[in-house]
Design a protein around this ligand. Structure first.
Ligand code: PGA
Length: 250
């Protein structure tokens, strides 16, 4: 399986700053064999059409960070999966812990968003993961697998590359604290185990990413784990050279 590195810019960078970043990325990737991995950039909605042009032909796919659960209608401020597809988006992050925490997204809404993304033929990057208190209470696995099951219940995933799951322990996101290689493997392995129950024919080929303070200097160890098939990269992706370091570690 090719490792998959997805950058998540979150609420950073202006559209006018994108071109310089894309140029810097291509320069920094000069020595990296892009055949060995897949790269995507998940950017704010405002950036997507221009970013689609800027990334064209460069081997980096386009992703969004969220989506409406609705297809169309009177939902002021929302952006549908079909709209994302129309401007060249391939991946959509769904259920990021920052959406769950600051925008009160619950399991039902995450499920509806995954369904909307699949319905438009886009690929969800479904985020799951426990908070620090849940880990300390010994509930990391139970919480994570419950989120996974709730998000996917009743949905049909047709091909293994039609779904990406990102295990992101909340306590590691943006904190500089990374899960150990073995913790990341244990949890990504548990995610894989649950996927085997939910979609036995596809589970072994679904990409399971680790996310949470992945950087150039820890990516190699994390990505060497058998059930870690890539990374969802926030802070380090803001600097093109740092993202390229992670790509080089694949
Ligand atoms: P981080 O973010 O790399 O800054 O920890 C990862 C994420 O939230 O996707």
């Amino acid at each position: 399986m090719k490792p998959f590195i997805a950058a998540n810019w979150k609420l950073h960078k202006l559209p006018s700053e994108m071109d310089a970043w894309v140029k810097a990325l291509h320069t920094a990737l000069a020595g990296v064999d892009l055949e060995r991995l897949e790269l995507a950039l998940c950017a704010p909605y405002t950036h997507l059409p221009a970013l689609h042009e800027a990334l064209r032909g460069g081997g980096v796919k386009l992703g969004a960070q969220d989506v409406s659960a609705h297809d169309q209608g009177a939902y002021t401020g929302e952006v549908s999966a079909a709209m994302l597809k129309d401007v060249g988006v391939h991946y959509v992050i769904v259920g990021h812990s920052e959406r769950r925490e600051y925008h009160r997204e619950d399991d039902a809404l995450v499920h509806a968003k995954v369904e909307a993304v699949l319905g438009s033929g886009l690929v969800p990057i479904l985020c799951v993961g426990e908070k620090l208190g849940e880990r300390e209470a010994g509930q990391a696995e139970a919480v994570t697998l419950q989120q996974l099951e709730a998000a996917l219940a009743g949905l049909t995933i047709k091909t293994a590359d039609g779904l990406v799951v990102a295990y992101e322990p909340v306590w590691a996101i943006g904190t500089g604290k990374t899960a150990t290689d073995s913790d990341a493997q244990a949890m990504c392995g548990s995610v894989r185990g649950k996927l085997r129950e939910l979609m036995p024919d596809l589970a072994d080929d679904v990409r399971v990413l680790y996310g949470g303070s992945m950087k150039g200097d820890n990516a190699g160890g994390l990505l060497a784990q058998p059930d870690v098939n890539g990374g969802l990269v926030g802070s380090a992706s803001l600097d093109a050279a740092s993202l390229a370091e992670i790509a080089a570690a694949c």
